[in-house]
Design a binder for this molecule. Structure first.
Ligand SMILES: [Zn+2]
Length: 54
């Protein structure tokens, strides 16, 4: 189980480097750009590529 280098905020599509990753689950994250702090509103870069590539 690897921790991603960063997450992508789905609200503003910015990379987010401030997050807590515990046992493979994102527990906390905050976006400095839009203030989003809902862990459900962040995805890993791989997941974001999957979403964007749809
Ligand atoms: Zn954001």
């Amino acid at each position: 189980m690897s921790i991603p280098d960063f997450l992508v905020c789905v609200e503003c599509e910015s990379p987010c480097y401030i997050f807590e990753w515990k046992e493979g689950v994102l527990t906390e994250a905050i976006c400095e750009v839009c203030g989003n702090d809902d862990p459900d509103s962040f995805v890993t870069p791989d997941d974001y590529d999957a979403l964007a590539g749809g």
